[in-house]
Design a protein around this ligand. Structure first.
Ligand code: MN
Length: 288
């Protein structure tokens, strides 16, 4: 049975700035309640934008996270990052960085130096994925996932390619390890390319049209539209009406209370206070 579409959201009217390097449209929790997209907490989409050549590294300086995971998907442009566990790297176009903040981490994220000097199109998604209560204090870790390492599904009739970041599509698995069941597919369709797949009806499932346009389960959706599916039916059929890039996310909801203050996402307000105290006391480590 085809998965029913609950609603197609258009791109929010105004972008917001995260530091001076990320010009983002917030789809959730901005226009869709967190509970409806659990285990996902936040989706910021830096739709393609050229910041121009810069004499400094645009981005976000040192800040903490605790209790969840941040996933950065680079479509265009490159992002560099460093964290307080000593991990660092560059996320190139097509690559993903999956950072588990867990018990607490400091990091900074900014445009990669060579890219920053030249400028050029920058297109990026940052997604926050919640951790279940039992794993919120897991040790921080970091999964750099290059495009080459992702699971690959070539679509018939030169239809395009799906990069599987996490979960499984039609029998091919992605490399990311997750704490709860999550599917994350980077879908690249050529004009008229078609993909048929399925996610469990119990999963919350969404699709962001990063670029292009498509027909998804009989509904026509344009650039930057965001499809929220009902928890009914499993099959998803996508046909691109032009060359298109889509991001499909699905996950088993985490049915637990959320207590959030900015970059800390816990279950109770007491745990939030603890997180803030730990941060103030320097327990998330040191990062210059
Ligand atoms: Mn961050």
């Amino acid at each position: 049975m085809n998965k029913k579409i609950e609603k197609v959201f258009q791109r929010p009217a105004r972008p917001g700035m995260v530091g001076d390097g990320f010009r983002v449209f917030n789809y959730f929790p901005g226009i869709i309640p967190q509970k409806r997209v659990s285990p996902f907490l936040m989706l910021d989409f830096n739709a393609e934008y050229d910041f121009g050549a810069s004499d400094h590294l645009r981005g976000v300086d040192v800040h903490p996270h605790k209790g969840f995971e941040t996933v950065t998907i680079a479509y265009k442009g490159s992002v560099a990052h460093h964290d307080s566990t000593g991990n660092s790297g560059i996320i190139h176009p097509g690559d993903v960085q999956w950072m588990t903040a867990g018990a607490g981490i400091l990091h900074k994220e900014y445009h990669e130096e060579e890219f920053s000097k030249k400028g050029g199109p920058f297109e990026m998604v940052q997604l926050w994925v919640n951790l279940p209560a039992k794993d919120k204090l897991t040790a921080p870790k970091y999964q750099p996932i290059t495009a080459a390492e992702m699971g690959k599904v070539e679509l018939p009739n030169n239809g395009g390619l799906v990069n599987i970041i996490a979960g499984e599509l039609n029998g091919t698995a992605g490399p990311a390890t997750t704490f709860t069941p999550v599917n994350m597919f980077d879908i690249r369709l050529n004009k008229d390319g078609e993909l048929s797949t399925a996610t469990p009806a119990t999963h919350n499932t969404v699709v962001l049209v990063v670029s292009g346009s498509a027909i998804i389960n009989d509904e026509t959706v344009g650039t930057h539209a965001f499809v929220l599916f009902k928890n009914e039916g499993e099959e998803i059929n996508i046909k691109a009406t032009e060359d298109s890039v889509l991001l499909l996310l699905s996950g088993e909801p985490i049915d637990e209370p959320i207590a959030q203050y900015g970059p800390f996402v816990m279950n109770t307000s007491k745990e939030l206070e603890e997180a803030f105290e730990e941060f103030r006391a320097g327990k998330f480590g040191v990062l210059e």
